[in-house]
Design a protein around this ligand. Sequence first.
Ligand SMILES: Cc1cc2nc3c(=O)[nH]c(=O)nc-3n(C[C@H](O)[C@H](O)[C@H](O)COP(=O)(O)OP(=O)(O)OC[C@H]3O[C@@H](n4cnc5c(N)ncnc54)[C@H](O)[C@@H]3O)c2cc1C
Length: 576
Amino acid sequence: AVLFKKPEDLPDNTHYDFIIAGGGTGGAVVASRLAENSRFNILVIEAGPSNEDVFATRVPGLDNELPRTHVDWNYTLIPQVGLKGRSTAYTRGRMLGGCGSHNGMVYTRCSRDDWDLWASIVGFDAFSWDRILPFILKAEVLTSDSENQTEQGHIDPSIHSRTGKVSTSAAYSVHPFNDMLIETTKELSDEFPFKLDMNDGSPIGIAWNQFTIDRHAERSSSATAYLAKTGNNVHVLVNTYVTRVLPVGRGTDFRTVEFAADATSPKMKLTARKEVIVAGGVIGTPQILLNSGIGSQEELEAVGIPTIVNNPSVGKNFTDQVSALMLMETTIQDTDFDRDAALAEWNETRTGPLVLPNHLNHIVYVRLPEDAPPFSQGGFSDPAPGKDSPHIEFVFSQISTHPPATVVDVPPTPSDITTIQFLAVNLHPVSRGSVSLNTSDPFAHPVVDLGLLSEDQDIAILREAIRSARRMYSAPVFKDSVSESILPAANVTSDEDLDAYLRTVASPFLHGVGSAAMSRQNASWGVVNPDFRVKGTRGLRVVDASIFPTVPSGHTQVPVYGIAELASALIAGAWG
Ligand SMILES: Cc1cc2nc3c(=O)[nH]c(=O)nc-3n(C[C@H](O)[C@H](O)[C@H](O)COP(=O)(O)OP(=O)(O)OC[C@H]3O[C@@H](n4cnc5c(N)ncnc54)[C@H](O)[C@@H]3O)c2cc1C
């Protein structure tokens, strides 16, 4: 690809077939795949800088140093009623590769049920597990064993690809906690069975984590694995903000993109010969559509934006998983290390603690039984999409006396006590939020609301997540080394007390989806059709996590890779 750092550097008289707004996870995949047809010229416009200018993007263990910097959009949720009016940070990557350049690199395809549900919601079988899998595999290349990465007992290589793009590995470190968790899968096998590979469509149990990390212990992303490897028929304009998409003439053929370096620079316009693809992510995409007059007429009028396509679904249905910090007191060896020495080691030999984002190695997925309290006593219906889908995830951060190494806000934590630090997550909340505008200024942050814990069902499941985690640490293997629940405190056990704790600590898990949701062609709701085209328009598609109709049973980057590969094939096919 050819990189341009300022709008005025773009060559005159170049005609682009496709213009892609947002060079993040989804946008970079689509640009690279379309570029495989050498007759297509493609322009990617990205608000942030190149990932190559940001060293910390390369080092897995420096992922926590990227949020709240110039490569973060630094959004804040409006005060969340379900969190006692707390506002929490909502980090999103703002550079080539988008969130994929600053995320936790966990590789999860989510469950068979998630994809089959999407296929039935949108009425297009291409989204079903069996049919999306080839596209997920197209995006993946499993690394072979190297130091700190092994397939043996950690992964089922037969369900992975050796020929795709983004590196996936079973990166690991050696630590006694690993063996203890594996022992738990024997001692408490009903609730916590061992799972050889959580990417087989049925992610339930305790598994070794898999990460988008390459064999040189570097982050792999759509920026490094796709965009950096494309030819010169892709032009990439960084540091440039897409303000609107505009129709060509008076209709709804939205093939013109308006952009500027910043609020004080002149706005420029370019028209794509074939299509515009918006890939601004779960906040950027609805913001661009709304600024362009595609949204609820009533809400657009209130901020003085003329409506071109009246669609009240734009920005609605915004959903994220909700997590709660937990700390357990322990005598297990801590995972602390000297950062500078570790960085020197990573630089020299690509070994040491920075080869991994978190310093513990497993991921735990729990499916609540049918008679679990939220269902049997609370009367709530099962929010998971099927029997192969978990309700709860535990993801471990570190064992330390320091505050938790997480990018979400955490309450003050006790010092001088060594704790196992992890997040308990409700994977399928039913609370919904929105992305909306309170100004017609395209450079202002939109109003971002997740409605976290606004539905009682969500807190009921998070309560069970805490109880499930405590059961896990009651396994005999932890008897002499894990003593007490510190957060929430051991005496916090009743529903009321757990709820009070949860409303104080809960945070978004940063897997936002659904703000430009896909629906059936003739549905009365939804923003894009199953071919990714924005309803009521021509020439305009959306390809990113905003189109997911529901939040899946895991982390969201792999589903973005899957749908971006599918979309690329559809778009290339339409113009082939
Ligand atoms: C801190 C964090 C950790 C995470 N950890 C994991 C994990 O371990 N595993 C996992 O699977 N998922 C993880 N995720 C989620 C996952 O990374 C995202 O769901 C996924 O990358 C989203 O892809 P996307 O294409 O929808 O958006 P993005 O990757 O965010 O891409 C959107 C791009 O559009 C650009 N953009 C937005 N607006 C404009 C505009 N107006 N003009 C120009 N450009 C614009 C943005 O700068 C960005 O580059 C994490 C997310 C975060 C924030």
